[in-house]
Ligand binder design. Structure first.
Ligand code: NI
Length: 175
């Protein structure tokens, strides 16, 4: 496994629409392994392949919570070509963040429940109902595969402010 570099706003690659994965090749398995290492290292709970500059429809996620004794049992999950096939009318609001927009958090409203269809690393098809943090996280990550960021749901004022902040930071880093 290897750590990969996470690309940061305003990197234009974040706006790419990622390609479907036709076959789970050894390269895709290696990418998933690297994404887990990168995600745990960050640390984060979800990562889309485009965030490590790979425009393919692959997501890693781990929503494991700390148990009472303070230990966490990892629950790594892989989603290939994930699709939302239905969404509830009911909405919920979560404070979201993104490894590609570090240290910025804002509340976003999304459907509270979704049904998601995806392939696993063995190419097996799954359909699952997601709610709570799982619903929010899978919607956020699938958005990445379509070049959409959570800041797109904010007011123009807030979005302009965060875009400006990260553009300035990128310029400073170049100097
Ligand atoms: Ni994100």
């Amino acid at each position: 496994m290897a750590l990969r570099e996470i690309i940061i706003l305003p990197d234009k690659q974040l706006r790419l629409v990622s390609n479907r994965i036709e076959k789970v090749t050894p390269e895709i398995r290696k990418l998933a392994d690297d994404m887990f290492e990168t995600m745990y290292d960050a640390p984060g709970i979800g990562l889309a392949a485009i965030q490590v500059a790979q425009p393919v429809r692959l997501i890693t996620m781990d929503l494991a919570k700390k148990s009472e004794n303070g230990e966490t049992t990892p629950q790594p999950r892989v989603f290939i070509n994930p699709e939302i096939i239905s969404a509830s009318e009911e909405k919920s609001v979560y404070e979201e963040g993104c490894l590609s927009i570090p240290e910025y958090y804002e509340e976003v409203e999304r459907p509270a429940k979704v049904r998601v269809r995806f392939l696993d690393l063995d190419g097996k098809l799954h359909e699952e109902d997601a709610e709570g943090l799982y619903a929010t996280c899978i919607q956020h990550e699938i958005d990445h595969l379509n070049g959409v960021l959570f800041i797109d749901y904010l007011s123009k004022l807030k979005r302009d402010r965060v875009n400006k902040k990260f553009s300035k930071a990128a310029k400073r880093a170049e100097e």
